[in-house]
Design a protein around this ligand. Structure first.
Ligand code: FAD
Length: 372
């Protein structure tokens, strides 16, 4: 699909179906099935999947545009979609064997099977190379034991990318990635976590106890799991930046509706700052996605976009909340401002917290320029 048609499709879904119920999704902690059906019908779940497996192999720019528009409607809806796209279907498409792709991708492209990504553990978040979920191998396959936490789509996903180590002493070199199907004995969804925001997106804790998978479950070469995780998260950062942009735009809209020409000078100045934050975040997202599409190293641009856009979303949403709660806005506008404020906080945490983006950027910027 050419031009901005993916963006237009996503915007139509957001405007018609998501925006009207976004506060209800937040209140009731669930996404109406007709939204998921419409997104599936329009091909959104197949954006990161090659055409031969039923997807549309969309560009990074188009995927970012879709994630931004859906996030404008509801960050909860966008998060479930973005995880499925960036860190579940994209790594299977990139690292899977022809058999793995044939097995998983067509149903994932149709939106019938959701994907999840299970890296984080109770004792290993930012420091993912020190994860402790263990695996051992035998001629029949692998046995996985351990626990994962904060897993988006964990309860609904048909396939979960599970990262485990054969020996924690090996750090990154010991980690492999497994495609674990929902219902595999020994794999349980232990609980759904309570959160401050993102109420419509289910976040779960997963347990693996004597969980046996066959040899075809290994994604990529053994010992390359950390590389798969890091490269997936790099792509995922463009998704989180795009989500941040969508949330920031939604908060800017709330601000615009509460600041008028006769508002006080300081309120109009706040609106001006929010406008510039959204414009700057948009430029950074565009730059990162364009670099990914050009096939050049986009890591620096993705981290810069994630660092700035996630904080911009929080700042704009904070200001929108302050102004709306102080004014005469109706109940729906107040609920929207509260939701955007609570939702925006998570953007600076997921797929590499702010401090981690600073470490990545600092390390890269401080290293000598490459000769090429
Ligand atoms: C709603 C939600 C959904 C999520 N979905 C998924 C998912 O689908 N799959 C998945 O695998 N994970 C998921 N996560 C986990 C997320 O990626 C982690 O929360 C994140 O990586 C941070 O890890 P942590 O929570 O353990 O915090 P920690 O790593 O303990 O960090 C806590 C704080 O300390 C700071 N910090 C840590 N190390 C350093 C350092 N070296 N220098 C300076 N500051 C530091 C961090 O920046 C942060 O501010 C999700 C989290 C949330 C909240």
């Amino acid at each position: 699909m050419n031009g901005d048609r993916w963006r237009e499709r996503a915007r139509a879904i957001a405007e018609e179906l998501i925006v009207p119920v976004a506060n209800r999704i937040d209140r009731e902690h669930s996404i109406p099935p007709e939204i998921v059906r419409r997104m599936a019908g329009e091909g959104l779940f197949g954006l990161a999947i090659p055409k031969e497996f039923g997807g549309s192999a969309a560009s990074a720019r188009d995927i970012a545009a879709v994630v931004e528009e859906i996030s404008f409607g509801s960050l909860s809806v966008a998060t479930d979609l973005a995880v499925h796209l960036s860190v579940a279907s994209a790594p299977i498409a990139q690292w899977g064997t022809p058999e793995q792709k044939q097995r998983w991708l067509p149903a994932m492209a149709r939106g019938e099977w959701l994907g999840a990504f299970a890296l984080t553990e109770p004792g290993a978040g930012s420091d993912a190379q020190h994860l402790t979920t263990r695996y051992s191998s035998s001629p029949e396959g692998f046995r996985i034991d351990g626990a994962k936490t904060f897993i988006t789509n964990g309860g609904q996903a048909r396939v979960v990318l599970v990262f485990a180590t054969r020996d924690p002493g090996l750090e990154a070199r010991g980690i492999s990635c497994f495609l674990v199907e929902h219902g595999t004995p020994g794999f349980t969804v232990a609980r759904t976590l309570e959160k401050l925001g993102l109420m419509g997106s289910e976040t779960t804790e997963l347990h693996f106890e004597d969980c046996r998978v066959d040899r075809t479950s290994l994604l990529g070469p053994e010992g390359q799991g950390f590389r798969i995780a890091m490269s997936s998260l790099e792509g995922g950062r463009i998704g989180i930046s795009a989500s941040s942009l969508g949330v920031a735009r939604a908060a800017l809209k709330v601000l615009r509706e509460s600041v008028r020409t006769d508002s006080e000078e300081w309120a109009r100045a706040a609106l001006a700052r929010a406008h510039v934050e959204v414009e700057a975040a948009g430029a950074l997202v565009e730059r990162a996605a364009t670099q990914k599409d050009a096939g050049v190293d986009y890591g620096l641009a993705a981290s810069a976009a994630k660092l700035f856009a996630s904080q911009a979303a929080f700042r704009v949403a904070s200001k929108a909340l302050e102004l709306v709660l102080q004014g005469n806005a109706d109940e729906n506008a107040r609920a929207t401002a509260k939701r955007l404020f609570r939702d925006s906080r998570v953007l600076a945490i997921v797929e590499g917290a702010t401090e981690i983006q600073e470490l990545i950027l600092g390390r890269r910027l401080a290293s000598p320029p490459r000769a090429d």
